[in-house]
Design a protein around this ligand. Structure first.
Ligand code: AMP
Length: 287
């Protein structure tokens, strides 16, 4: 697709932190060609009217909602924390985490016990809103990092922080008292840009890689009498491709299967008599 140069857009990319490398890899796999010279703020894409802007992940929602940049890739937790008026175009498939209230093991068993207590967090907006909704009065302190050590230091009775595996909480003798919300890394856009040709094109490019990572291609052979059962096990993204084999009793099937289900699906197909069941990787796709 050729893109008009007046459609050039700026997209915010995390310059450091846990999202930086995966986002850069995602854009490269989506076919964007760019090179960032050491610590440069900008990188211009060679063949496409896109300029990458390297900024902190937590600044991206504000920059996009104010129109300083057009699009960005960052955590949906940061979008909510900043009350950013942006469109969330796509979940890019990584950075899944949950925001939790956590407290010292055996000390705080439920939220009500936090009434009148002190909470430390990097998410003051979400935290205040959450406790207000629960009707629990707390004092909130904002810190920018190492939230989990603040209880040991005596600043707070509990924390509100992002949890991925729970290892950091365990290391600090903390347990989850309550989940506040689930978040992921998202492609965001200023609402004025979301429907533009370039934004829609970029979303399609990234989506192709994201879906390819979530699905694989399964090929197998099945007898005609078991075809209906096979199709119900592997309905595919839209519908499976069914091709007749030389032996008219048999069909070859090609179908997309979600990676999270692949092993169970293969077991089920084998049980109903499918043969030559093969899982193939999808590198990119357009559906
Ligand atoms: P960072 O720039 O490294 O502070 O990470 C920023 C974003 O990474 C967060 O706002 C979340 O969207 C995402 N994230 C995913 N898992 C975690 C985690 N376990 N801890 C912190 N951030 C996480």
């Amino acid at each position: 697709m050729s893109i008009n140069h007046k459609d050039r857009i700026k997209i915010g990319i995390p310059s450091k932190g846990r999202l930086s490398d995966p986002v850069i890899q995602l854009l490269k796999r989506s076919g964007l060609k760019f090179r960032r010279s050491h610590r440069a703020l900008y990188a211009h894409c060679k063949k496409n009217p896109i300029t990458l802007v390297f900024v902190r992940a937590d600044d991206i929602p504000l920059l996009v909602s104010e129109g300083a940049i057009d699009m960005g890739i960052t955590g949906s937790d940061l979008v909510q924390e900043n009350n950013a008026h942006v469109d969330q175009l796509l979940d890019v498939g990584f950075g899944d985490c949950r925001l939790c209230v956590a407290a010292p093991k055996n000390k705080i068993k439920n939220l009500k016990q936090l009434d009148g207590k002190k909470i430390v967090t990097s998410f003051p907006t979400i935290t205040k809103k959450f406790f207000k909704k629960q009707g629990i009065k707390v004092t909130t302190f904002e810190v920018s990092g190492s939230v989990e050590v603040m209880i040991a230091l005596g600043l707070a009775d509990a924390i509100v922080d992002l949890v991925e595996s729970g290892d950091t909480l365990r290391d600090n003798d903390l347990v989850v008292v309550k989940d506040i919300g689930n978040y992921e890394t998202v492609l965001i856009s200023n609402p004025q840009i979301s429907k533009s040709k370039t934004a829609l094109w970029l979303k399609k490019r990234i989506e192709g890689v994201v879906i390819a990572d979530q699905y694989c291609l399964l090929e197998y052979n099945i007898q005609q009498k078991n075809l209906k059962k096979a199709e119900s096990i592997t309905p595919g993204f839209e519908s499976p491709t069914v091709s007749p084999l030389e032996d008219s009793n048999w069909f070859a099937i090609k179908v997309m299967v979600n990676m999270t289900e692949i092993h169970e699906v293969m077991d089920k197909l084998e049980k109903i008599g499918a043969t030559a069941i093969m899982q193939m990787t999808i590198n990119n796709c357009r559906l």
